[in-house]
Design a protein around this ligand. Sequence first.
Ligand SMILES: C[S@@+](CC[C@H](N)C(=O)[O-])C[C@H]1O[C@@H](n2cnc3c(N)ncnc32)[C@H](O)[C@@H]1O
Length: 283
Amino acid sequence: MPGRVKADLKGVPETALWTLYHRAAEAARPDAVLADPRAVQLIGEVDFPFRDRLGGARPWLAQAIALRALGFDGVVRAFLTAHPDGTVIALGEGLETQFWRVDNGRADWVTVDLTDPLALRRRLLPHGARQRLVACDVRDSQWMAGIDPSRGVLVTAQGLMMYLQPAQATQLIAACAGAFPGGSMVFDTVSRRFSARTRTGAKGPGGHRLPPMPWGMDAADRDRLRTAHPAISDVSDVPLPAGRGVLGYLAPRAAALPLLRGDRPLITRLRFGTAPARLTGCP
Ligand SMILES: C[S@@+](CC[C@H](N)C(=O)[O-])C[C@H]1O[C@@H](n2cnc3c(N)ncnc32)[C@H](O)[C@@H]1O
């Protein structure tokens, strides 16, 4: 397709196209729960057989992915209200267009992803002076080098943590807690049962086979995250915002519903106290 940027991602990096596809499908609706014209535009600029490789974007799943993004947007907006000159670090950001949804014109934004998805992002999206792209595996703390924690830091990890091994997820959380005193982190997780299903190679809820998700966590496990690092001062739930129809009604109420309470995706926010920090690493 002339004029389009070819996307040749496989495995876990390909999931960046999967989430973009669903967010854009939702955002293109007249009754969308998420306003994201940049994502809709992006779909037309990528040379990738979305339908053949990922199947159709089912409307309920597109809305669910968009509500997750909206939940993250709410946390970022609250952070930027409290720290207008702070730094948002988006781990595993893929082709997320959140910057263009929430930017306040002052904050710094650091995108961290693996080499190939990051190169694709760089070609597709117009990054400005306050945006930095770091090609690094999040399991390697070199991505932290050069980040100034003094004006406030929020680390986001949307659609990332489930692809790590449980011990790697805990190490990443601990590294962030140690490196960004006074900062916070927000991430989503799949349930233990869902994680187990992906490890058997079962198809996901959209009929597409997603890569294995080794880390699953249930709501009952959440408080144990405190033990990852002594600087973690608070662990809290970020409820999904309300949306459209039955799914949109149930989304913010899932924690109270017996059938969904124990086996559902979660968004969790951690706050870090002011333990001493030492940032080391390569540039
Ligand atoms: C499901 S996509 C989510 C992308 C984006 N956050 C979103 O919500 O649309 C997962 C992203 O995490 C990235 N990723 C997975 N494992 C990673 C790792 N170990 N280090 C850095 N990025 C990673 C993938 O390349 C991909 O961009």
